[in-house]
Design a protein around this ligand. Structure first.
Ligand code: RIB
Length: 310
């Protein structure tokens, strides 16, 4: 059976409580914040929203709490062009929460309570396996139970659905899971945690990419912050693709926006290089705006940005 270019995203949903302050509190210190916002987030939801707004045909597998914010998040996901039939409402559980400090430099520090995200079990994945089987690509992160990520990857592999793993937040992963991944998108810290190779130069990135290829992953994209992305395909010479320079307000969900936009572009048939450029544009727009999902751009904004860059 041939598949349409449909995307399945499996992952977390959080209500982000964001406090902007001059500097991160040290242990025992209280810092008076400058601004407090509650916004919709969670790595899975952010990536789903980035894909939906960029124009992907996307279905989301996730769990929400049976609380008021859960209802509001579901309504917003629908407005973001996401099929939410596989987003379960878990009775008696709160929607996941992320407590985020943003300092004066726009850096963040995040603590999470899984809440309903913990109910995204392998049984829950099995209930929605048809969504994965019908998709051309499955995009996941690591804010969901690891055994569920693995179960979903196995279903994907059995149905020739490409597996894209954004291994965030950094978590040790076994080789069995990595061997099921087609494209991996770690940042420098995550690449180091997966390979033991500290990534601070292109040469380091190339070595870390080789180590990930050796685990059976065909395409490796290591995001390097301001320096762009190291793109490496198995058996070929890697290259660094620079990002766009913009004035960043905060970097919350920049990586998520990159991932959602990247896979959207790939499913449209763009080359790896052009998909990275498209994703760089989406992420560049996102960092100029505060918060997670409020910062994620729509397709027209990404296309305009790229046109202006020439
Ligand atoms: O990647 C950013 C996200 O990480 C935030 O939206 C927060 O919910 C945490 O999951």
């Amino acid at each position: 059976m041939s598949k349409s270019a449909k995307l399945a995203v499996l992952g977390s949903i959080n209500a982000d409580h964001i406090l902007n302050l001059t500097h991160f509190p040290r242990p025992g210190e209280t810092v008076i914040g400058e601004q407090y916002t509650v916004a919709f987030g969670g790595k899975g939801a952010n990536q789903a929203v980035a894909a939906g707004r960029a124009g992907a045909d996307i279905a989301f597998i996730a769990c929400l709490g049976d609380d008021a914010i859960g209802e509001r998040i579901r309504a917003q996901l629908v407005r973001d062009n996401i099929d939410t039939a596989a987003v379960e409402t878990v009775s008696g559980e709160p929607t996941g929460v992320a407590m985020i400090f943003v300092n004066g430099e726009g850096e963040n520090s995040i603590g999470i309570c899984a809440g309903a995200n913990a109910a995204l079990t392998p049984d829950c994945v099995a209930r929605h396996q048809q969504v994965i089987a019908n998709a051309s690509a499955l995009l996941m992160q690591l804010e969901s139970p690891l055994e569920s990520v693995q179960a979903a990857a196995k279903i994907a592999r059995a149905h020739q659905t490409q597996v894209i793993l954004n291994p965030a937040p950094a978590t040790p992963l076994d080789d069995e899971l990595l061997a099921l991944v087609d494209i991996i998108t770690p940042n420098e810290t995550e690449a180091e945690s997966l390979t033991g190779i500290a990534v601070s130069s292109d040469e380091d990135a190339a070595r870390a990419a080789e180590a990930l290829h050796a685990k059976g992953i065909g395409t490796v994209l290591i995001t390097l912050g301001r320096r762009g992305v190291w793109l490496s395909e198995q058996g070929e010479k890697g290259e660094r693709i620079a990002g766009f320079t913009v004035k960043a307000v905060d970097t919350i969900a920049a990586g998520d926006t990159f991932n959602g936009a990247f896979i959207t572009a790939r499913l449209e048939g763009k080359s790896l290089h052009d998909a990275v450029r498209f994703a760089h544009a989406a992420a560049a727009i996102a960092v100029t705006r505060p918060g997670a999902q409020p910062s994620v751009p729509w397709r027209a904004e990404i296309d305009d940005f790229l046109l202006q860059q020439g």
